[in-house]
Design a protein around this ligand. Structure first.
Ligand code: ACM
Length: 264
């Protein structure tokens, strides 16, 4: 499976310009599985719910989702892209999942970060896993990484790989994803952005880049820069993630002591 990650630098609210930039980068990438960042067509720092509703679009019927689906069709690729979603009077921080034959599903971010709580409603789509040819793919968005239950849930549902559209502002995620991959023996494909925004006065955000692919042994296969838009391509064998044993006695899923854990 040829993975492609696009690390972009959107201009807040300039949806058409951001889509054109993404489109030219997608056309150049040599990959059959492409991950784009969180809120990749709108920018990140919404100031309130009204703005999120105004810039939010229907998935899959809105123009941004339709354009990305057309590109996935032309490239004969699977594509996962973070988008601001409007569903009636509700705004979600969502991801579109589509492939060569069209729409596959939507994931709505479960764990909203900081001011996102003023703009979006928390997700109501249990962490989905899509059975694609060659890989079972789970989806989470950015701050979901901070909750180990997110990726564990997808591991228990059989995911080989998590697609992770992000707009990272805290420094820890790139290294922490190594642990998430070791815990679950899964691949993680994190697509981040670069640049900065300060749309809420006094709350400047600098996005940390470092989009990356990590394998089930915790090896960082490829990592982008901290400050430049960039495309990463890497070939992986997702089936490596199906071996959950780390020696003859230890299997990361069947050794779990669910009789001792108290997770609720
Ligand atoms: C984040 O969840 N975008 C920090």
């Amino acid at each position: 499976m040829h993975i492609g990650i696009i690390q972009n630098q959107p201009i807040f609210g300039a949806v058409e310009a951001n889509l054109q930039d993404l489109e030219s980068r997608i056309r150049l990438v040599n990959a059959d599985f492409i991950v784009l960042p969180e809120l990749c067509t709108t920018g990140y720092q919404f100031v309130n719910r009204e703005e999120a509703l105004e810039l939010g679009e229907s998935i899959p019927d809105g123009p941004s989702a339709q354009r990305l689906m057309q590109l996935a069709h032309e490239k004969k690729a699977w594509l996962i892209a973070g988008l601001a979603e409007r569903d009636g009077d509700t705004a979600y921080n969502s991801a579109l999942i589509c492939g060569p034959e069209g729409y596959l599903g939507t994931y709505r971010k479960a764990h909203l970060f900081d001011s996102e709580n003023d703009c979006f409603s928390p997700g109501n789509t249990p962490f989905p896993v899509f059975d694609l040819p060659g890989a079972r793919v789970g989806v989470m968005i950015c701050f979901d990484w901070r909750f180990p239950e997110s990726m564990r849930t997808m591991a228990l549902k059989g995911a080989d790989l998590v697609a992770h559209p992000s707009n990272l502002v805290l420094p820890h995620c790139p290294e922490a994803m190594i642990t998430r991959c070791l815990e679950n023996r899964m691949f993680a494909v994190t697509a981040d952005r670069v640049g900065s925004e300060e749309r809420i006065p006094g709350q400047p955000l600098k996005f940390i880049g470092q989009s990356q692919i990590v394998d089930p042994d915790g090896t960082v296969l490829a990592r982008a820069s901290r400050d430049l838009p960039e495309t990463i391509e890497f070939e992986i064998d997702p089936k490596q993630a199906r071996q959950k044993s780390i020696n003859t006695r230890n299997d990361l899923l069947s050794n779990r002591r669910t009789d001792l854990y108290e997770l609720d």
